[in-house]
Design a protein around this ligand. Structure first.
Ligand SMILES: [Mn+2]
Length: 348
C-alpha cells in the first residue's frame, strides 16, 4: 500500500466513508515523526523487548504496536528468554497481548527491529539476525551509533511513559486496553510511583488512571506474589546480612531475576536498609539485582563497578540488574567484597 511521508494512506482526502478513526497528528520536531518517517516504506517491524521481559517492557511493546497500526505499520512483538512471573502471564492473557518467543518466529537479515525498554549492545537484549532500526529506552545507556533512530530518556520512571507520550502527541484517543497496559507498566516499574518518578510519569499516571480498567490493574498489582514464592522469601531472609544500611543476600539455590527484584523491594521496605544487592545462582551463572534509596549510592554505577571484568549489568540510580555468566569463575565473597568497597568509595 502506498504511504505518504507521514505514514498516512494517500488519496484519502475525498469521499472515503470508512474513516471513523481520526488521523494521527505528528508535531514537527517530534521523535515519533522521525520514527514514522524511517518506517514509511516498511509495512512490518518486529518489536523486541529486553530478555525475560517485565510488565513495563511488554506493556510498552503492546502500546507501541497498537500505535503503529494507526500508521499502517504492522508489527510483531518478540522476546528472548521466558515470561517468568505468573502476574505477567495473567496480564498478557487478560489483555490478549500478541507476544512471541523469538524461537516461534522466523527472522531475516533485512527485517527491521525496534527495541523497547532496552538497548542494542546491552547484555539483556539479544543481538538478533535482523536489523535494529530503533531503540526506545529509559535506562542509563550509551546511545548505539549503529542504530539510525533512538529515543532514550533515562529521566523517566517507566518506558510506558515514553510510549504514552507518543499516543498523546498523535491526539488519538487511547483505547482502554492500551491505557490499562501502560498504567500497569508504569506502576510496576516505579514501585507504585515511589521510584524514579518524573513530572512526565505523574502526568501519564493521572491521564491513564481515567482510562484504565482499574479493577483489573489493582487486582494484578496487589497479587504480585504466590504461595510458591514464599520459599524464596524465607531463604532470602535467612541468608540476608545487614552491614550498616547495606543488605547483601546470596541465594546459592537460585531464584529467577524478576522475583529477585521483588525480594529487593521487600528488603528495601525494611527501615534499616537503604541499599541491597541480591545474587542468585542460575544456569551456571549468577543473576544480580540491586535496589537503592540512598542518593549517594547509584545502583547502576555500583553494579557496573562490581561486575567489571566478571560480568555485565546496569540500570538506573535506584535499581539495577546484572549477570555473571560463569559462576565457576567468581566466588560470592568477591561480589560481597566489591559491593562494600564500591559503597565505601562513594561514601567518602
Ligand atoms: Mn522499564
Amino acid at each position: 500500500m502506498d504511504k505518504g511521508k507521514n505514514g498516512m494512506r494517500q488519496g484519502e482526502g475525498g469521499v472515503s466513508r470508512e474513516r471513523v478513526v481520526p488521523k494521527p497528528r505528528l508535531s514537527g520536531e517530534s521523535k515519533l515523526r522521525g520514527l514514522i518517517e524511517l518506517l514509511a516504506h516498511i509495512d512490518h517491524v518486529f518489536i523486541q523487548t529486553h530478555n525475560f521481559p517485565d510488565h513495563d517492557a511488554v506493556a510498552s511493546a503492546y502500546a507501541l504496536k497498537l500505535l503503529l497500526d494507526h500508521f499502517d505499520i504492522q508489527s510483531t512483538i518478540i522476546y528472548q528468554g521466558t515470561i517468568q512471573r505468573d502476574s505477567l502471564k495473567e496480564f498478557i492473557h487478560h489483555l490478549k497481548i500478541p507476544i512471541y518467543n523469538q524461537s516461534e518466529v522466523t527472522l531475516h537479515p533485512h527485517d527491521k527491529i525496534l527495541i523497547v525498554d532496552g538497548c542494542k549492545g546491552n547484555k539483556n537484549v539479544t543481538d538478533l539476525i535482523a536489523d535494529e532500526a530503533g531503540v526506545i529506552d529509559h535506562h542509563e545507556v550509551v546511545k548505539p551509533e549503529s542504530v539510525p533512530w533512538c529515543d532514550i530518556r533515562p529521566e523517566l520512571g517507566a518506558c510506558c511513559t515514553l510510549v504514552f507520550s507518543y499516543w498523546e502527541e498523535t491526539g488519538l484517543s487511547i483505547p482502554r486496553e492500551v491505557g490499562t497496559a501502560l498504567l500497569v507498566g508504569l506502576l510496576v516499574d516505579t514501585a507504585m510511583m515511589t521510584r524514579g518518578v518524573s513530572r512526565e510519569d505523574v502526568s501519564a499516571y493521572s491521564r491513564l488512571y481515567g482510562i484504565a480498567e482499574m479493577q483489573f490493574v489493582n487486582r494484578l498489582l496487589r497479587n504480585n506474589i504466590q504461595e510458591k514464592d514464599l520459599k524464596y522469601f524465607s531463604d532470602a531472609i535467612a541468608s540476608l546480612e545487614i552491614n550498616g544500611s547495606i543488605g547483601f543476600c546470596y541465594l546459592a539455590d537460585g531464584c529467577n531475576q524478576n522475583l529477585l527484584g521483588i525480594l529487593g523491594d521487600f528488603f528495601l521496605a525494611i527501615k534499616e536498609i537503604d541499599f541491597v544487592l541480591l545474587c542468585a545462582e542460575n544456569n551456571g551463572g549468577i543473576n544480580l539485582s540491586m535496589r537503592s534509596e540512598n542518593r549517594k549510592w547509584n545502583a547502576s554505577v555500583i553494579m557496573q563497578s562490581i561486575l567489571e571484568g566478571i560480568g555485565f549489568g546496569g540500570g538506573h540510580g535506584d535499581m539495577a540488574g546484572g549477570i555473571v555468566p560463569h559462576r565457576s569463575e567468581v566466588e560470592p565473597e568477591t561480589l560481597r567484597g566489591r559491593l562494600y568497597e564500591a559503597c565505601g568509595e562513594l561514601s567518602r
